[in-house]
Design a protein around this ligand. Structure first.
Ligand code: FES
Length: 570
């Protein structure tokens, strides 16, 4: 018979309901014993390890080794580590796009860490949507949790040139489309772009979210940028295991760490990194789970006083491994110190201010520039508003051509992804470099669920003439590794009847980064007339997850979360 069935930690917590508590504990211990645990282990508190390894996720292929290191730390600190899988979202393996399944993964993480017996949890993710999903789930479950990330890929070389996914993927592909790279060379490059475990090697979405998880205080100091294959990452995994044990019974829960002020710190870091546009959606979604909001107009204010300090691709020259060697996120925080809320508590119990004081002062100024001599004077992202985007649109100005910041041009409209694919390279396409390419029906409520299609390719005939950039506007997203004068996340989106759906070929479009504005130069009367004529495509009747998605997805400015997962939204 169980002799300590009043214990409420480890396997004795959250018992399966049979109507007889002693029987439940007896049965659980019996079945857990079948896994070879000693009685001493069965009585320990449990650290769950929620991991997202999968054969469909190249970025997480080293997770077995990382999990072993976490377990070592947990065992050494006196608890029992128990790993369990959750959904994994391998960025390039999901149709139509990984964002569609981020909320599904967040539900999986939330429910499994709540339903299974664990006293704290290590969240092991990395590839783009996995870290946001884990933080969203942990925020909603609100048990002590610590994030551990895959770490970035290391770079490789191709014929003497340093390569890393995925800014170089896009650079070579653009050259291939323009005819300056051969079939043989693009095939050779394909083998070299992603040659180690880990997440994309530049400041893409995965690297941005890892950095923001550290800035939010949900990871140990200095852990975001350690390369995936470096032994430091294994030591960080071991330390994370120990940390998770120290969290058991503590009040250091996600809701206490991820406060409104912590999100403001994270926004400052995002702007200083020149980080991914996707991060705005994810930060909004994580904050939303805890009842906080990310106001895009406030982000614009922060962007005016936060310079870009980090010189990494896609906006600069370096790679994530360079950021780690340069001092990592602690060195970035030090430069921003006077702008940050230094009293924000982190998962280790230190404040952000204490972390900055503790970090080694050495910094490589080639990669992390001083506040007084930044890469750019203002932040990497800016939100635009106007009759084309009443709820906002996002532009990564750090990755855009300043010569296009104040533009008025003719709209060349593509009504869907299929329309774009069928006409963009047509020699008959009536387009000039001064036009604005508009993509409709690629937002969160569209059939394609907001894919990273906002990086509209330069029409082939212009690319071959040497044009590398032009204004592109859509309700879609863009990979964090991409660059160009690309305006994204237009809200409300076209498929829900937003004004983007009313734009017609030949309309004049005006954008002004100085005024934070984006407008179609058509009278309100004409827009009202077009709105009456607009036919919003009726979606086919859905079931399962698609039904949940269709009936509950929110717009980009609400983080594309489901309304029923957010307090006060449903
Ligand atoms: Fe996983 Fe880029 S494909 S982070």
């Amino acid at each position: 018979m169980p002799d300590d069935n009043q214990k409420s930690h480890g396997f004795a917590s959250g018992l399966t309901q049979y109507g007889d508590r002693d029987f439940s504990l007896y049965l659980r211990r019996s079945f857990a014993s079948s896994m070879g645990y000693s009685r001493e282990m069965l009585d320990r508190p449990i650290v769950g390890i929620a991991h997202s390894a999968s054969g469909f996720n190249n970025c997480h292929r080293h997770f077995p080794e990382l999990i072993e290191a976490v377990k070592r730390g947990v065992l050494a600190a006196g608890a029992l580590p128990v790993e369990f899988p959750t959904i994994s979202l391998g960025e390039v393996f999901l149709n139509p796009t990984s964002l569609k399944f981020r909320n599904l993964m967040s539900i999986d993480v939330e429910e499994m860490i709540r339903a299974q017996p664990m006293d704290s949890v290590v969240l092991l993710g990395g590839c783009d949507k996995t870290v946001p999903a884990q933080l969203m789930g942990a925020a909603s479950a609100d048990i002590p949790a610590v994030q551990l990330v895959a770490g970035p890929m290391s770079t490789s070389k191709h014929r003497g040139e340093r390569l890393g996914a995925c800014t170089d993927c896009r650079r070579f592909w653009a050259q291939y489309r323009a005819g300056s790279v051969s079939n043989d060379e693009i095939t050779a490059v394909e083998q070299r772009l992603a040659s180690t475990a880990g997440t994309c090697a530049v400041m893409g979405t995965a690297s941005t979210m890892a950095s923001l998880a550290e800035a939010l205080g949900m990871m140990p100091s200095g852990s975001a940028a350690i390369p995936a294959v470096d032994s430091d990452r294994l030591r960080m995994a071991e330390e994370t295991g120990r940390l998770a044990v120290s969290l058991i019974g503590s009040e250091r829960k996600p809701s206490r760490i991820m406060t409104h002020k912590a999100f403001e710190n994270a926004l400052r870091v995002l702007l200083a990194l020149g980080g991914s546009t996707n991060a705005i959606i994810h930060l909004t979604a994580i904050a939303g789970r805890l009842g906080h909001t990310i106001d895009l107009r406030h982000m614009n204010e922060l962007s005016e006083t936060t310079p870009v300090l980090v010189d990494l691709k896609p906006t600069g020259v370096g790679y994530m491994e360079d950021l780690h060697a340069a001092g990592g996120i602690p060195a970035v925080l030090r430069e921003l110190k006077h702008l940050l809320h230094l009293d924000c508590e982190t998962i280790t119990g230190e404040t952000i201010g204490e972390r900055i004081e503790k970090a080694h002062p050495w910094v490589d100024r080639e990669i992390i520039r001083p506040f007084a001599d930044p890469v750019r004077e203002t932040g990497g992202l800016v939100a635009l508003f106007g009759n084309l985007a009443p709820h906002g649109a996002i532009m990564k100005r750090a990755a855009a051509d300043p010569a296009l910041f104040e533009t008025e041009g003719r709209a060349i409209v593509f009504s869907s992804l299929a329309d774009l694919a069928s006409r963009i390279d047509s020699p008959d396409l009536d387009v000039t470099p001064n036009d604005c390419l508009i993509l409709q029906n690629a937002g969160p409520t569209s059939e394609s669920a907001m894919p990273e299609a906002g990086y509209i390719p330069i029409p082939s005939k212009l690319a071959k003439a040497g044009i590398k950039d032009m204004v592109r506007i859509s309700d879609a997203r863009m990979s964090g590794t991409a660059y160009g004068t690309v305006i994204l996340h237009v809200a409300p989106d076209a498929a829900s009847g937003g004004n983007l759906a009313l734009v017609k070929n030949g309309d004049r479009i005006k954008i002004s980064v100085a005024n934070r504005s984006i407008d179609v130069l058509v009278s309100e009367d004409e827009l009202s007339k077009r709105r009456l004529e607009l036919i919003i495509p009726v979606k086919s009747k859905s079931r399962g997850y698609q039904y949940l998605y269709d009936t509950h997805i929110m717009q980009a400015d609400d983080g594309c979360d489901f309304d029923f997962l957010v307090p006060n939204k449903n």
